[in-house]
Design a protein around this ligand. Structure first.
Ligand code: CTP
Ligand code: MG
Length: 260
């Protein structure tokens, strides 16, 4: 009965716009991936951390990540073209003794050891898929297809999003409904799973590629697709994801406030 962590760090960080991979971007002098790995190890509940790194780009990761943190071995594996493929690559190298897996994003560098323990404990207590989540504070609307001002032509961008029509008019989306935010949660990582269930979920989704794979942004979604139950436990503000330069500034602020 052992718990291992797969720490995803193989993304490029396009939206952050740094020179290299996002996971190597420093926060208070330490790369995001090291912050995340340290906190996983400090939880005391994981026996190993497998870090997915950009294929062919292992060297800088090997130089910032020690082979062991708090006595917990840290291994690097080459990730894949999508986050899902990277997690699958991490799962593939876990030993047969591992029966619980925590999947965590290096981009959520400040998720604390207490959150890691809480998620792991819930899985050990018998819930086979557990994710941390926070209530949503914005007012949320469901919208329809984007439209441009009358007299111009609707044009859709490559990613399916709107771009201005020929006259340069900004797009607008018709509101279909106001969503009851009371029943929504913004989910985070680490996400914890019974290992056999997560293996099955990844095997069932392994054929997905391109946009379909990109659209699956978390592992719980794969488990849901199997029809299995997923549970939410309280998340943490500091488990926020660093996606943009603004998020990095927020993470810096959280550290300055003493949120170690
Ligand atoms: N990730 C990964 N392998 C990929 C893509 C993403 O391991 N092929 C990891 C990232 O390193 C990150 C986590 O998945 O820790 C969440 O992804 P995201 O925040 O989208 O990071 P990036 O894909 O790097 O950023 P962007 O989408 O802006 O390029
Ligand atoms: Mg991404």
């Amino acid at each position: 009965m052992t718990t291992a962590a797969v720490l995803t760090a193989a993304g490029s960080g396009r939206r952050l716009g740094a020179a290299g991979p996002k996971a190597l971007v420093p926060l208070a002098g330490e790369p995001l991936v090291l912050h995340a790995a340290r906190r996983l190890a400090a939880s005391g509940v994981v026996v190993s951390v497998v870090v997915t790194v950009p294929p062919g780009g292992e060297a800088p990761f090997a130089s910032v990540l020690p082979a062991e943190l708090d006595g917990v071995p840290v291994r690097l594996v080459a990730g894949g073209a999508s986050r899902q493929a990277s997690v699958a690559a991490g799962l593939a190298v876990l030993g047969p003794d591992v029966d619980v897996v925590l999947v965590h994003d290096a981009a959520r560098a400040l998720a604390g050891p207490g959150l890691v323990r809480a998620v792991e404990a819930e899985v050990r207590a018998g819930r086979a898929a557990v994710v941390p989540g926070l209530p949503v504070t914005d007012t949320l609307k469901r919208v329809g297809r984007p439209q441009v001002a009358p007299g111009t032509t609707t044009v859709h961008g490559a990613a399916g999003g709107p771009v201005p029509g020929p006259a340069g008019a900004p797009p607008a989306w018709p509101v279909l409904a106001t969503v009851d935010r009371g029943e929504l949660r913004a989910v985070q990582t680490p996400q914890g799973f019974d290992r056999a269930l997560l293996d099955r979920a990844h095997a069932a989704a392994a054929h997905l590629a391109g946009d379909e794979a990109t659209a699956l942004t978390d592992d719980a979604g794969l488990v849901e697709a199997l029809g299995a139950e997923v549970w939410v436990v309280p998340g943490e503000e500091r488990a926020m994801k660093v996606t943009t330069a603004h998020d990095l500034a927020v993470a810096r602020l959280l550290l300055d406030e003493g949120d170690q």
